[in-house]
Each structure stands twice: as C-alpha cells, then as structure tokens.
Write a protein that binds this ligand. Structure first.
Ligand code: PLP
Ligand code: TYF
Length: 398
C-alpha cells in the first residue's frame, strides 16, 4: 500500500517556519508567517482573551456544543463586518455559520459555490494569499486572476483591475481582501472601492470578502470594514469569510465565521441548512472552546472595549517597526528604493526583494521570509530592526 505516494511540495509559508526552526544562528529572524509577536518577539495572549477565559472557566463543553453558543458567535461576527445597525443584521437576512477559522470559511464557501453554481469560476487578485489557490483548487472550482498589484509602480494597478472586472463574464465570483491585502499591503482607497462596487453592480458579479485582518489596516475595526459596507450600501449580495486568528491572537483555536447575504430570512435558512450539510460531512461540528472566548469578548461591552484597545496596540507596534525600518535604511544611505513600503498597511511589507536577495538574506544573515519578498512586520522588534536594516542594505547594494 501507498507505494505511489511521494512527498507533497512544502507549503511556501509553513516551509519558511520549518527552515527557521532548524537554524541555530542566535540572530535569526522569522519574517515568514503572519503571526503577531510582541517587541520581545514572543507570541501574545491578549488580556481580553484572559478575561474571557476566566468567564468561561467551568463551562460544560458538552452542553455548549448543542446550545446556542454557535449562533451567538455568528450574530456577533456579522455585526463586526456589516455593522451592528445594518438592515441585514437587524432583519437576520443572512446565512451564517461558525467555521474552522478563515481557512475553513473559505473552504466551505468554495464547496458551496461548486455545488450550487457548478461550472462557475473564481477570480483572485494577483497576487493573493497562496492558500486561496489550494482551497478553490481542492473544491474543483476553476481559478482565474484579476490584475491587482502593479510590480513596476509598486502600487495598485487600478485601471487594469477595473478592466478585468468589466471583461469577466457577467455574474462572476470575485475574491476580495477588504483590508490589509495579503501579501502586498496595498488596499484600494474609499473612492476606488466605490468604483469597484459600481462595476460589480453593472456586471452582476458576486463579491466574496475574505477578512483575516480586520483592525490591522487602520487600527479601527469599523474603518477596516468600510469596503464591505460600501458594497452593502450598494445593495450587493455578499459572501464573507471572517477569521479571529490575527485580531484576537487566537491562531490555534480556529475561530471563524462564514456569512452569505440572502433575499429574506427564508432563503437564509435554506442556504444555512446547505452549509451545515456540507460542514457535517467534512468535520461534523467545529471546536467550541474558541467560540466561547470570542462570544464572551464580543458580547461583553467592557471586554470588547479592552479588545479594541489591544488591537490598536498591536497595530501601533507594527507601524512603529515599519517606520523604524525605513528610518534605519535611510540612515544607512541605502540607494535602493524603499518608498513604496511606507504606505503599505497591515501585517506585511511587500519588499520587492528578488528571490536571489531573499536567498542571500537566509544564507548570510539567517533572516527568513517567503520567496516573494514578503516580510511579516510582526517579526520585527526594537532589538532586531537594525540588524534587519543592515542585512537589507547589504543584499540590495548595487
Ligand atoms: N485569508 C487570508 C488572506 C489570510 O492571510 C489568512 C491567514 O493568514 C486566512 C485567510 C486564514 O487564516 P486562519 O485560517 O488562521 O483564520
Ligand atoms: O502568513 C500568512 O499568510 C498566514 C498566517 O493559524 C497564518 O498563513 C498564521 C497562523 C495561522 C494561519 C495563518
């Protein structure tokens, strides 16, 4: 048995972590995976999560599985993206289901898309999070790219993006990052989002938002949902995958939500029942501990305020490191153009380094990042930023 099975290629993101862990250099830096670290380089359990833990201690998990905790999570999650006073939330005209974090929400949606729109395709921004390709490929949905990043101008290629929206067959599925685009850190402006929404309407495209970094672009949760709310205002049917991995630091807990807007509550119930049917065969029901944490945080105004402050602390630290890195490179009189990284938002810096430069950083400086030159700014600290700047300067010297 299994003689025909050979090792799968390494995942471009977790492969970096593996290589980093095997490195014995004391100065090594992991800028691969987008997981938040404090200024000491340590992972963080947020205070709001500790308070929620205290609140749920002693809870009977067997009871929880069958109780209302899952719908409470969904109710609170949709308020975060669509707005607590939005019509959809008030009317309940959405199908919402707890998902195994953002990845699981995407996977469920991809399956749902194939099942109910067989033969349909999905358009991804170029580039996008590498796992989007795996997820829709495994769901057997054909994938297309639409223009997003302009590699020459190092910003958004807005005119090509709009052209691709116009040229796609009417009624196409598009995946959009509502904020803090991974990997580029480049988001459309409010005006551009309005234009994108306008053309989606004209073309009757379906917007599927994958929101894994709400809060990480601006530090404000509502502000980071602005793009989704523009689409909502314009009367789109929206799908949304939400993750609490980054903004609550719950990575391993796998808490997420998939929501799909529907014409009325009856249709919403039908869609929800189909999503539940898909989930049932894939994994039964999702884990319950993390959703108790998230529901306790979102459902308690005091803990929620604490969470909002802690999001801001994480974002401020990342922004400070971005600014310090740029300052350090300027002090070194780096002749390389780093202008574009100033305006990037979210957890990543899309450096523009070539694969050869990325290899040199790894071989000569024990600095690890994905081959596309994406650096997770969460791995940069006061203690390692000048070492990083020096190394960047060395490998980019003419
Ligand atoms: N979508 C994007 C764009 C991401 O970057 C990530 C994680 O990095 C996810 C979804 C899903 O993450 P998780 O499954 O941990 O929620
Ligand atoms: O680095 C990225 O793009 C993500 C990060 O549980 C990530 O893949 C980190 C933790 C996690 C899932 C994804």
């Amino acid at each position: 048995w299994w003689n025909h099975v050979f090792p799968a290629p390494k995942d471009p993101i977790s492969g970096v972590t593996e290589a980093f862990l095997a490195d014995t250099c004391p100065r090594k830096i992991n800028l691969g995976v987008g997981a938040y670290r404090d200024d000491e380089g340590k992972p963080v359990v947020l205070q709001c999560v500790r308070e929620a833990e205290a609140k749920i201690s002693g809870c009977n998990f067997l009871e929880s599985v069958f109780s209302k905790v899952s719908s409470k999570l969904v109710e609170e999650s949709v308020k975060l993206v669509y707005g607590k006073d939005s019509e959809v939330v008030k009317e309940g005209s959405y199908a919402g289901i707890q998902a195994i974090s953002g990845t699981g929400a995407c996977r469920l949606f991809a399956e749902f898309q194939r099942r109910f729109y067989p033969g349909s395709q999905i358009y991804f921004p170029d580039p996008t999070w590498s796992n989007h390709h795996n997820i829709w490929r495994d769901a057997q949905v054909p994938r297309r790219n639409f223009h997003y990043y302009d590699w020459n101008a190092k910003g958004l290629n807005f005119s090509a993006l709009i052209d691709d929206i116009k040229n796609a067959p009417d009624g196409s599925f598009f995946l959009l990052h509502p904020c803090a685009h991974n990997p580029t850190g480049v988001d459309p402006t409010e005006k551009q989002w309005r234009e994108i929404s306008y053309w989606f309407k004209v073309k009757n495209h379906f917007p599927f938002f994958d929101t894994a970094y709400q809060g990480f672009a601006s530090g404000d949760l509502d502000q980071d949902a602005q793009s989704i709310r523009i689409f909502l205002e314009d009367g789109h049917w929206i799908g949304c995958a939400q993750s609490f991995s980054k903004n609550m630091g719950l990575y391993g807990h796998r808490v997420g939500c998939l929501s799909i807007l529907c014409a009325d509550t009856e249709k919403a119930a039908a869609v929800k029942s189909q999503l539940e049917k898909i989930a049932r065969a894939m994994y039964g029901s999702p884990p319950v501990h993390g959703i108790l944490l998230v529901s306790s945080i979102l459902g308690d105004p005091n803990i929620k305020r604490l969470w909002e402050k802690e999001v801001k602390v994480m974002v401020d630290r990342i922004q400070r490191m971005r600014a310090t890195l740029i300052e350090s490179l300027t002090k070194l009189s780096s002749s390389h153009d780093w202008e574009h990284i100033k305006d990037q938002v979210g957890m990543f810096c899309y450096s523009g380094l070539t694969p050869e430069q990325v290899n040199r950083l790894r071989a000569e400086f024990s600095i690890y990042m994905t081959r596309d030159g994406r650096m997770s700014m969460a791995g940069v600290t006061t203690g390692n930023v000048s070492y990083l700047a020096n190394a960047l300067h060395e490998v980019t010297k003419a």
